[in-house]
Design a protein around this ligand. Sequence first.
Ligand code: HEC
Ligand code: HEC
Ligand code: HEC
Ligand code: HEC
Ligand code: HEC
Ligand code: HEC
Ligand code: HEC
Ligand code: HEC
Length: 416
Amino acid sequence: MGKNITVGTLGHIFLWSICCCLLLFVPSAGNTANYSDSAHGDPGYGVLRSSMPSTYAQGNCGHCHEQHEAAKSGLLFATNFSGKMTNPYTAADNACFQCHQDASSQSGGITNNNYSATFGGATAESDSIMDAFNQSSYHNLYDIQQYITGSRGTKSFSNFSALYNPCSGCHNAHLAKANKRSTGDPTETVMSKPSDHENLWGDDNGTTELMTSYGTGYQPPLYDGSSTLLEPDGLSTSATTQAGKTPNYNAFCTDCHNSTNVIYSTELGRNLRTFNWSLEVHGEDTASDDSSSYSGWGGSGSETEMQSPYSDSNLGSYVLSCMDCHEPHGSSNAYLIRTSINAGSVSLPSGSSNWDNVCSRCHAVASDLRNLHHRVKDDGDYSCSDCHIGSTRDGNIRPCIECHYHGSSFRGLKTF
Ligand code: HEC
Ligand code: HEC
Ligand code: HEC
Ligand code: HEC
Ligand code: HEC
Ligand code: HEC
Ligand code: HEC
Ligand code: HEC
């Protein structure tokens, strides 16, 4: 919020500003105070192309825009987006990848670790944005561009013009800051909601832009390597303190992923399932502490359902963040699932059905959830084969997400 550069303003300043930048070599600071606050506009670490004359100061617009590149959309120095329909991508596919690629494969590349590393303290699985998008599960850039420009699907925000880069669905290259440089300071956010592209999202304290907007509901997961310190910077054990450092990713992601928008996924070969985060147990709906309510078949009557820092007695009051489970760009795990959740590594390659690897980072392991499941069997709503694969009634149970998935009919739970 609060960054009121508008497309119109940029349009007005475009001619003389670009001219200043490109012809008179005057940095654009002054008329674009917000740009100069941005990561790209920073005179110390902002944009810099070595092929440009040294008269172009670091951070200058001219490192991205060239007035003689009329053939390229947005007067960018490289093709904005090639339209490639699936990964792997090369730098030639997206102007952002010209710089946001592995520092070891090109001098001047930029280190951007995956979310689990930067905000979770885990070992980096990918260290550049291009690497992140080149993993087996990723936000498909073609689908995103088709979607935001209105070529496909339905949405609750205005169409972006056809020249826009898919990355611009989530970022504004003129405003984005460098959260990675101070992971506990959300005023350094990188995000712009697609419905509010001309502002940053996450930088407004005391509003819906932070995870504190759920009261005490948000319990940040553990920070890697600690049994008490919490994300996003691993500097405090207080859930409220840490929630106040975390942008409201839910409101950001649900600008696209909500109960009405129709979104096609090339990777999944179907429209995404719609869901309403306010009606899901992991979202704003309430779970219940059922561990003591069943002492049937083999049940002790009291079993611990949750792993630390979550506690059974607080079940029903938690609201999770999308980023507790997902990466924003890509992952080696299916459905962009993080490779480290709640301070433990998670392996779930595409095609794997071992969803318990994911769930048990926060819940008790499947064998300890047996009684909770057998309770519903005894209620008569489910038969053995709804859960058990084959005739042997043992640990071989169906993938958790066959019943527990976003958008399923009952609180994130399939009813038969
Ligand atoms: C000419 C090189 C260049 C291009 C092209 C470029 N960037 Fe950047 N970008 C940078 C540099 C340099 C930084 C600052 C890196 C740092 O903080 O160390 C940066 C930072 C960022 C940040 C803040 C996070 C960070 O690493 O500081 C975001 C978000 C970002 N860029 C997004 C984009 C998007 C989206 C595009 C394409 C529309 C893009 N960039 C194109 C050079 C570039
Ligand atoms: C679906 C939304 C989405 C899309 C599309 C997207 N990003 Fe991001 N990006 C995010 C979110 C959310 C974050 C914040 C989490 C983080 O910093 O890791 C982020 C973070 C970043 C960062 C900062 C990473 C760091 O080191 O902290 C950069 C740089 C970036 N994105 C560049 C890009 C580029 C380039 C593209 C296009 C190739 C792109 N993004 C596409 C959502 C998106
Ligand atoms: C600008 C709109 C937009 C925003 C914002 C957005 N997404 Fe997406 N998302 C898409 C589109 C389009 C697809 C379908 C293409 C694909 O599957 O990659 C998608 C697909 C996905 C998928 C399924 C990917 C797969 O192939 O399995 C997941 C998971 C996902 N998004 C999570 C998120 C999360 C988490 C956020 C917030 C950080 C987010 N999205 C924000 C547009 C968006
Ligand atoms: C990191 C690269 C980068 C830098 C630096 C940058 N821009 Fe841009 N700019 C873009 C991209 C990318 C687009 C095309 C829109 C899109 O794809 O999101 C764009 C589009 C524009 C547009 C057209 C806007 C529209 O929506 O029609 C104007 C005007 C503009 N830039 C002016 C500037 C000025 C002035 C500066 C310096 C103050 C600047 N840009 C710095 C990447 C950059
Ligand atoms: C990042 C931690 C985390 C992960 C990973 C996680 N959950 Fe949860 N889950 C929770 C929390 C916290 C609650 C309680 C929500 C509340 O209080 O409303 C919950 C609630 C639930 C509930 C409702 C429980 C009740 O008592 O009503 C179900 C069912 C569930 N999760 C299933 C799953 C499945 C299946 C997976 C794996 C695909 C999974 N969860 C992964 C944290 C997690
Ligand atoms: C709602 C799901 C669900 C239903 C319905 C269900 N089970 Fe189970 N069952 C489980 C889960 C979960 C486990 C624990 C799996 C594990 O250990 O990994 C389990 C474990 C078992 C075990 C192994 C017990 C042990 O720990 O040694 C047996 C035997 C079993 N179930 C029999 C049955 C029979 C017989 C029925 C039908 C009358 C049935 N189950 C119905 C979910 C279910
Ligand atoms: C065939 C469908 C089915 C499958 C497969 C399944 N569950 Fe469940 N699960 C249920 C039902 C039904 C309940 C009871 C919901 C209730 O009582 O509100 C339940 C309850 C739960 C609960 C919350 C218990 C509570 O407190 O009410 C958790 C956590 C959970 N399941 C996790 C898992 C995990 C992890 C897996 C995979 C190892 C899994 N489930 C597989 C149907 C299933
Ligand atoms: C507790 C972990 C967890 C949280 C929190 C979570 N997700 Fe997911 N997400 C999953 C799992 C597991 C899947 C795969 C099964 C499914 O579709 O639910 C998934 C799948 C998806 C998909 C693909 C749906 C499809 O059609 O296959 C999208 C899109 C998505 N998530 C977006 C989000 C957004 C947006 C948020 C936050 C509002 C979010 N997720 C929060 C675990 C989580």
